[in-house]
Structures are given as C-alpha cells and as structure tokens.
Design a protein around this ligand. Sequence first.
Ligand SMILES: [Zn+2]
Length: 435
Amino acid sequence: LNSNHRARAAAGASSDRQVSGGGGSISESRIADNLRRLEVITATPGDGITRLAFSDADATARALVVKWMRDAELEVRVDAAGNIIGRRNGSASDPAVLTGSHLDSVPNGGNYDGVVGVIAAIECARVLAERRAQTRRPIEFVCFASEEAPRFAQSSNRFGSRAMAGLIDPELPQRLHDSDGTSLAEAMRRVGLDPSQLASAKRDPSELFAIVELHIEQGTLLAEAKTPVGIVTRITGTTRFKVDVIGASDHSGGTPMTRRRDALAGAAEMILAIEAAARDLGGDLVATVGVIEVRPGAISVVPGLVTFGVDVRDVLEAPRRGAVRQIMEAIETIASRRALGTSVSLIRDDDPVVLSASIQDVAKSVAARLRIPSMSIPSHTGHDAASLSAITEAAMLMVRNRSGKSHAPDEHVDVEDIVAGTRVLCGVVEYLAGA
Ligand SMILES: [Zn+2]
C-alpha cells in the first residue's frame, strides 16, 4: 500500500503547475484572531495554557473549532475517541487526505503547540470553500483528541491519533486514572463520548491517502537557520523505562557507612552514568531522568527503594538501541558494586518514523513555488502524524519557533511564520487531494 501511495504521489509531483493553492486568500488577521480566541480558553488564566484532555477548557476550545469547521463548510463528526473530523468531499470517493493536529495542552503550556496545526488546517478549509475549489479526493481536517499525556498516564499520549490507527487497547480508558481518581473512561463519558465504542474510531487504511500535519518546532533548528518552514524527514524514536533500585532502609544514625545499601546514593550514581553515556555517544542522542521517587522518604532513614524513569531518544535507531544497552550495563555494574538489587520495566519502545519522501518532495516544490524558504529537519518530539504513519503515508511541516520554548507559557511563534507554514500546508494538501 505504501509503495503504491508513493508512486501515486511521485507521479503527480513531476507536473509542478498542478501545485496550486496556498495563494492569496490565506488571511493573516484571521489566523491571528483565532490564536487570540483560543489563548483565553485555559484553566490557568495569566499563567499559560492549561487545557488538559477532556477537561472543561478542552471542551470549550473544541466547541469553537467545531463552529469554525462548520463556517468553513465542512461536514463535522466526532469519532468515539473524541477526534473532531471536518470533511470536505471530493469529486470521487477516493481515499482522503488528512490534515490537522491537537488542541489539548500540558499544564501551563503554550498557545502554539498543536493549536497552530489546527488553525492552519481550518484556514486551508476556508480558503478552499471561498474558492469553491473542487478536489478529486476528499480532505479531512482533524483536531486529534488528547495528544498530550499529563492528565492520565503516559500510555494515554496521542490517544486520538493512535485510536484512529487502531493502536489503542479498547480497555485502556477503564484502566487509566487521573490524580483525582477519575478514569479516562469517566472523563470521556463526561464530554459525551462512549468509551465502549472506542474501537470504532479505527480507520481502514483504504480510507486514507495521506496525512500532513503542521506543528511548531519544539527546538531551534529553524530559528538558527533563519528559515520559517521545516520539512520533517524523521520523527524521533523513544525508549522509556522504569528502574527500581532495591537497597535496605535502616536508621540514619545507627547504620555505619560501611554497612549501608543506600538505594538513593546508588540511583544518583546511575543517573550521572546515564547523563555521561548520552554525552559520550553524542550526535542527536538525548537521555533524561525526569522523575524519581524515594522510599520510605524520611530524613532520618537510609533510602531502601528508589524508582526513577529514563527517557532515551534519537531520530536514528542504532544509536538509541546502543545507548539503552550501555545504560543497562552501567546500571547493573553500579548495582552489583553497591550490593543493590534492580528491576527494569519497559514503558514504551517506539522506533523512529521515516516520513514520506515523496510528500517531502511535494512540500519542497510547493515552498519553492511560493518563494518561502524551507529546509529539511528531523523532529525530536513525537506527534499525531507518527501514529497515523502506521496506516497511511505521513508527512510533517514545522514552523519556526523563535522563542525556542515549548510546553511553557512563553512559547511564541510569529504569526508571519504561521502564515508561511499554512501556505505551504494548503499547497501540499490541495496537491495531494488532486485537481
Ligand atoms: Zn504538539
């Protein structure tokens, strides 16, 4: 199927004059206005965007997007995972071209992560409606549900897009709970979704032609290269695992240094070894310990049990696998020298996603035709398009992030750059949909 898609996209790529759209009627003021209208929908006014998945703020933002989609003459439906899908029919019932991103946020996040891709998609829909454009393939403009994972467990991230790709266990919403004890299933029911129907969100690969997601860069490659638009080559692979370090808790006064099995001192050495391994390996490899729990956790007790989480990423597979092996060995060596026990459990192990080469070529030619500077970049962060790559050709565009920040209140992207990205996105989507 994939090579078939590639062939079809490549066949069209040669006739450059068919690459149209992305033209004059994309409205900078409408994009800026929509950004402002979403910015005020947050549970933490004045302190960034807090629009956790399936929360009241999320529901308010989603309702606004449904209205915008209807204004853009789309047929709107919400699938069982909560993905909002605005469809524009084509002249044939060919497989659909998808574009979109997400609206939910981390706590105290920014107003651009995900949002930019949703606003850009809707702007494309409006321009097509205004032009009364007729494409051959249908186009679906999508707001994916629950891309971020802070409310429920990490295993809930990219929930909507993974459900669409058939990658979510239908029982998952019953198993996951937020910090208040609300299950994901209850949270879904509260916003009118039926978690028992989750499997129905899965799309058959024959229904989809491709997905193109526009997103802000959550790094500084584009800003450093003074280039507004990035064409993404690969999405990083990620390995996450949990390490339990088992020592012996004992009285901090009565236990001499020579007789301790201090789980926290051992974990500290392991964490520094993880940092050193990632530094030594170099390249794009990153390794992070961002969470740690100490038990029993009292100032007068030698720690008996420490649990920490490790996140290892690289856009290439071999360096990530090598780093994970090296980290495991370091953990074992340190544990045995200190007479500590360890237990390692894998949380996730996602290989890098190689994005569609033919759609990257289409994007390059659209950007060149519009005289918008662009460059190829990898993505070091995961995105909804990565989920969909399991069932269709996937591509991503990125917009320069001058602030260099993301998942933070001071995340900022210039509206001119969003317009540039939107023009390329619309051109690519219209080209893939076919005249
Ligand atoms: Zn995002």
